[in-house]
Design a protein around this ligand. Structure first.
Ligand SMILES: Cc1c2[nH]c(c1CCC(=O)O)Cc1[nH]c(c(CCC(=O)O)c1C)Cc1[nH]c(c(CCC(=O)O)c1C)Cc1[nH]c(c(C)c1CCC(=O)O)C2
Length: 339
């Protein structure tokens, strides 16, 4: 996987899956029940290590991703964050610029020590050939939850703040950019070999705001990380950004770009693969359906992209209703594909 990200030749296509640890696995549901709340699981290094390793044991994937969440950053900044059963994340919303003064950037790394301990444990228990991925949410995506107080289909609260008071909103983005640099640096120091920046809601921004709130902060994060860790592989996931992914890949200097389900593999081969390694982009619902429709879509992606720098993945995270056997079949298909 690291070789693919550096554009070096590989003897087979590497594969891992976004949200590969999670509710579709019975062993995850068991550990999760033991842990108590979702955040208790994120802050329990022993159990978080266990759930990170579960999909590796089952499928022998090429990378393990740290088990945590993008919303541990607002939690560590001092915002109230809870995960409610059946509702997803609920945060005490930030709606006024004065509230930003209450957030404690200096305490982030200290409060997230359990997360870095999980990384250290994983580094010790993984075989050398399994890459260890650290991650964070991109400032824009994290801001949508901090301002909206919960997930929303249109990210309206954050967008309206950005349109009505761009200077105040920029302060939040800048604060999150700094917090993300601190959080990712601590993960690399603890043993993460590469990091992924999830910008799940990048696609809701018009071009001007995409450049300001998604592209520019990501470029800053990559630059700061490479200053401390030269050559560090970094993957970005500008979900829904369409053709803007080309400028995003080039201007951020990312090693890899994760493609969402809607991106044409042929378009990515032509327009992105010469700039960065691409990762993706099987529809997670094809993994639910399984069978011939899954196989033919996976083969189409492999035929189109596996000739260049490429990591097989989904176009978004695995969903809870995914049959674990379908994941095994997909991994086997990618493993046995000719390069
Ligand atoms: C937007 C976002 C979040 N979290 C994340 C994103 C960006 C990627 C994406 O778009 O999927 C990223 C994330 N969340 C989780 C991971 C762990 C590692 C992995 O990929 O296996 C990662 C990388 C665990 C999780 N994060 C969450 C779960 C389920 C919680 C549970 O066990 O009850 C897991 C396994 C909860 C979560 N966390 C978040 C939401 C909206 C929810 C609720 C919806 C849902 O439940 O899927 C925020």
């Amino acid at each position: 996987m690291i070789r693919a990200l550096k554009g070096e030749p590989v003897d087979r296509t590497p594969i891992w899956l976004m949200r590969q640890a999670g509710r579709y696995l019975p062993e995850y549901r068991k550990t999760r029940a033991e842990a108590g709340s979702f955040l208790d699981l994120c802050y329990n290094p022993e159990l978080a290590e266990e759930v990170s390793l579960q999909p590796i044991r089952r499928y022998g994937l090429d990378a393990a991703i740290l088990f945590s969440d993008i919303l541990v950053v607002p939690d560590a900044l001092g915002q109230e964050v809870a995960f409610k059963e059946g509702e997803g994340p609920v945060l005490a919303p930030i709606t006024r610029v004065e509230q930003l003064d209450e957030l404690d950037l200096g305490g982030v790394v200290e409060r997230l020590q359990p997360v870095y301990e999980t990384v250290r444990r994983l580094k010790r228990s993984l075989h050398a050939e399994t890459a260890l991925i650290g991650f964070a949410g991109a400032p824009w995506t994290v801001a949508t939850y901090m301002v909206g107080g919960r997930g929303s289909p249109d990210q309206a609260a954050a967008k309206l703040w950005a349109y009505r008071a761009p200077e105040a909103f920029q302060k939040l983005i800048d604060l999150l950019t700094e917090a993300t640099i601190l959080h990712l640096s601590a993960q690399v120091e603890a043993g993460a070999e590469l990091v992924q920046i999830f910008d799940t809601w990048a696609g809701s921004l018009p071009e001007t705001q995409f450049r300001a709130y998604s592209l520019a902060p990501t470029a800053k994060i990559v630059k700061a990380l490479r200053g401390k860790f030269p050559g560090l592989p970094v993957i970005g996931f500008p979900r829904g950004s369409g053709a803007l992914a080309v400028d995003y890949a080039r201007d951020t200097q990312l090693s890899g770009v994760s493609l969402d389900t809607g991106v044409s593999p042929a378009w990515a081969a032509k327009n992105l693969q010469s700039i960065a390694c691409v990762q993706g982009n099987l529809d997670p619902l094809l993994l639910v359906a399984g069978g011939e429709c899954m196989r033919s879509a996976a083969n189409h992606i492999l035929d189109t992209l596996a000739g260049g720098p490429f990591i097989f993945n989904l176009g978004h995270g695995i969903v809870p209703q995914t049959p674990p056997e379908h994941v095994a079949e997909l991994v086997e298909l990618v493993r046995s594909a000719k390069r």
